[in-house]
Every structure is written in structure tokens, then in C-alpha cells.
Design a protein around this ligand. Structure first.
Ligand code: ATP
Length: 238
């Protein structure tokens, strides 16, 4: 069997004496949509930060596209194709919408293709086109989330990592955002989604991991976890 696109084994992440991730095992095949759900403080964001290189791993292994990436800097992981939209979006508020989009493509050497893709992205994100020269900080929360997603897509990732994309958004914006995510996934994008809204996360993904105090407590097909008694009582409020 060929190796998964992403393979995480025995990952540990510490903040001093606090062990935020005790032992994480997870894999994602190319083209899969996978979600990591769990209560506040379970260790989801810390796991994503270790994946993208923003935090060091205290132990364990992370392999991407057939090689270990543990010793690579964040920008090197981005070059390999791992792009994350962080919790809180991380857009450059004082820069224009266009400059934010261009920043997403800063590692690329094909400016004409980048311009073409920016124009194509406007089909998904018409509001961004209308506000291209405006400071990104003036956009609404939903528009900023769209901008953060568009910027990540311009790096042409093999794996798109989203941390809490629905946070703070009105339901209509969440629906629009997930339509776009669904569209890009249908075109072959691989997705790792951390999402507080567990029902939504399970509805839009193929497979799911449930994280509890630093480790995986359950995993399986997302539609099956939607019916799992433990998931229903702990994460779906039933
Ligand atoms: P949330 O949904 O609330 O973001 P999470 O599952 O993403 O939760 P993490 O943010 O990874 O969880 O936090 C895991 C644990 O690590 C928590 O106990 C948290 O208090 C702790 N932690 C997170 N960031 C830090 C930090 N910078 N310094 C110390 N402890 C931290």
C-alpha cells in the first residue's frame, strides 16, 4: 500500500511542563477530507501548529509526501504544499485585499498564472474583487475569512489546513464559506479541518478524529461518527 499524504505518529507538543498533545496518531490520504474535533483545550490547535512548523514537536514523527518534515521551517513546509488558515485568520489588516492575495503567492515564480488564478478566485469570492484596493482590516469577519482562504489557495497547496474557519461568522457566511471549501475539495484538494462546530465538520468531511486531552479517543467515517452515541452526547449536544 502506498504511504498516506500526511502521516503523524506519536506526536507530542509541550508548553514548558504542560503537555498539550500527548500522543497524536493521524493520517490523511491524498484527496481526503478529514476533520479533527474535540473540546476546548483538547490540543487541536497545538497539533496543527506542530504540523505547520509554528511549534516544535517534543516527540513523534510527521511525514508529508513521503518524507519527514519535522526539521523543516514553516516556509519550507509551505513550499512542500502545506498551507494553513490559522484561527483568527491572520490577514494583514493594513495591507490591501490585493496585497494580501499576492502575499499568498509569494513563493511562486509564475506571476501570469497567479494573476489568472486570482481572477478565477473572484468567481468564488466576488466581494473581494469589489474591495481589491481596500485595506483588508476594513472587511467584515466573513470577508476576512474568505480572504484568508483565498490567500492560502494561491499558494497552490496539496494540503489545506483550516483552524476554526466558522468562528465568529454569521450562519449565512459559514454556509458560503463551506460551499467554497466543498468546491475546492471537489477539484482534488486534500483537507484537514479543525472546527468547533462538530456537526458541520462531520457533515463536510469523509473521515474524522476525535481528540480528548491530547490524544485521539475515537476515529472513523464522519457519517458514522455523526451517529455515534459518545459523539452525539459530548460534541453534538444531544
Ligand atoms: P481550542 O478549541 O480552545 O483552541 P484546542 O483543542 O485547539 O482548543 P490547544 O489550543 O491546542 O487546544 O490547547 C491545548 C492545551 O495547551 C490547553 O490546555 C491549553 O491551555 C494549552 N496551551 C495552548 N497554548 C498555550 C500556550 N501558548 N502556553 C501554555 N499553554 C498553552
Amino acid at each position: 500500500m502506498s504511504e498516506a499524504l500526511l502521516q503523524i505518529a506519536g506526536l507530542k507538543v509541550r508548553y514548558g511542563a504542560i503537555e498539550a498533545v500527548k500522543s497524536l496518531d493521524l493520517h490523511i490520504d491524498e484527496g481526503e477530507r478529514v476533520t479533527l474535533i474535540g473540546a476546548n483545550g483538547a490540543g487541536k490547535s497545538s497539533s496543527l501548529k506542530a504540523l505547520t512548523g509554528l511549534l516544535p514537536a517534543a516527540a513523534g514523527q510527521i511525514r508529508f509526501a513521503g518524507r519527514s518534515i519535522l526539521n523543516l521551517a514553516p516556509h519550507e513546509r509551505l513550499t512542500l504544499g502545506i498551507a494553513m488558515v490559522p484561527e483568527g485568520r491572520g490577514i494583514f489588516a493594513r495591507m490591501s485585499v490585493l496585497e494580501n492575495l499576492q502575499a499568498g503567492a509569494f513563493l511562486r515564480r509564475d506571476p501570469q498564472q497567479v494573476n489568472l488564478e486570482i481572477r478565477q478566485l473572484f468567481e468564488h469570492f466576488p466581494r473581494l474583487e469589489e474591495r481589491l484596493q481596500q485595506s483588508a482590516g476594513l472587511l467584515s469577519g466573513g470577508e476576512q475569512q474568505m480572504l484568508a482562504l483565498a490567500r492560502a489557495l494561491l499558494s497552490k497547496p496539496r494540503l489545506l489546513v483550516l483552524d476554526e474557519p466558522s468562528m465568529g461568522l454569521a450562519p449565512i457566511m459559514v454556509e458560503k464559506l463551506f460551499q467554497v471549501i466543498d468546491d475546492v475539495c471537489r477539484q482534488g484538494m486534500t483537507l484537514l479541518l479543525v472546527e468547533q462546530n462538530a456537526r458541520l465538520a462531520l457533515q463536510v468531511t469523509d473521515r474524522a478524529y476525535v481528540m480528548d486531552t491530547g490524544r485521539i479517543s475515537l476515529s472513523g467515517a464522519s457519517d458514522q461518527l455523526l451517529d455515534h452515541p459518545e459523539v452525539r452526547s459530548a460534541y453534538l449536544g444531544e
